[in-house]
Design a binder for this molecule. Sequence first.
Ligand SMILES: [Zn+2]
Length: 419
Amino acid sequence: MPLIAQTQDYSKALFEKHDVFKETALKHRRFKHKDLVPLIEKLPFEKQVVGQSFEGRDLYQIKLGSGPVKVLLWSQMHGDEPTATMALADIFLFFQGKNDGFDNLRQSILANTTLYFVPMLNPDGAERYQRRTATEIDMNRDALRFQTPEGALLKKLQDELKPEFSFNLHDKNTRYSAGRSNKQATVSFLATAYDYERSWNPTRTRAMQVISGMIEALEQFIPGHLGRWNDEHEPRAFGDNVSKWGSSLILIESGGYKDDTEKQFIRKLNFVAILTGLQAIAEKSYTHYTLSTYEALPNNERYLYDLLVRNAGFNYNGKIVIKDIGIDLIEKNTKNATGFSIRSVIEELGDLSTFWGIKEIDATGLQVKPLADFPELIKTYKLSKQDVQDKDLNLDEKANFVLAKGNDVKYVIINGQIK
Ligand SMILES: [Zn+2]
């Protein structure tokens, strides 16, 4: 099969048409193995059960294409990191489409690569919506000892298939910023280091080059929101070892984007990035990239709170002290981990002028007051006694308070959220 000489840029079209390929059975992040299996079972592709999780859930491999370059893609080795699994389900639908302007892209990828997908590598963790496996092991620290059946399977697939490229698909904390900035690092990439010196060999360089194409593709949709994941070598992690074993390892970490709680926008970005990367591999168009695009990516940093209240006045017996309030919103799984509630926490108080909030309030001229001072608010928001703190705001406590000018209420903050 001849390579296509001129590579066509499909990124914009993929972004715009993503809805057409969206697997509508997956609507939110806490879907389970039982939700995914019927979607895999109905695929008109070569698929097989290649192993079982510790608790006996089937692990599937879906094979597509017949080209010489082998690519292995797995998602959700951490059970609470499902964004890419949703994107893979969309990609399976994409490869079933035709006569829609994407036929050349499909043909190019399928003729030049053979793709092996293993979605939801940690279904026991997904069942509980937790990072670790059923045996409480972080699979991504099990690439030396192989005590998790799921990790052992991944090693076996690497050994048997010997893929030239691997995609290791994760989610990360939504509060990572792209460098020292107020922008969330919505998608981060890494060409994983295979040694402590973070050396560059042709295997790692190829991963960096494919990533460079994906950076260019996503930058048009989320300028300033792309980051580079920490490249410190972790000898127990899969990415680092896969890279050491000779496969060009592309790590994608899905972070946060304002108001995209269920990560449906980031799912779309994954869809575009992965297909763009596969095209670059298929057409070998990645080869023209140097390190510059990759190295220009800002590192992931921690400069964000979910809500930052700036310059709030705290009254200490008539003495006003100005403090900023850094508040985070922590998800707590509901029973059976099918939903979640939010528990706010006051992470920091004081000068946070070098930080940012995903949401911010400028409280200049306003004073922090307890909800207990405003009985009508307690009634309006049906607050429990527990919610109503009758004392000052404290670290590590729930964020329930009022920002007022005198008795004039300007903001009501209940459980870290602006009412
Ligand atoms: Zn992860």
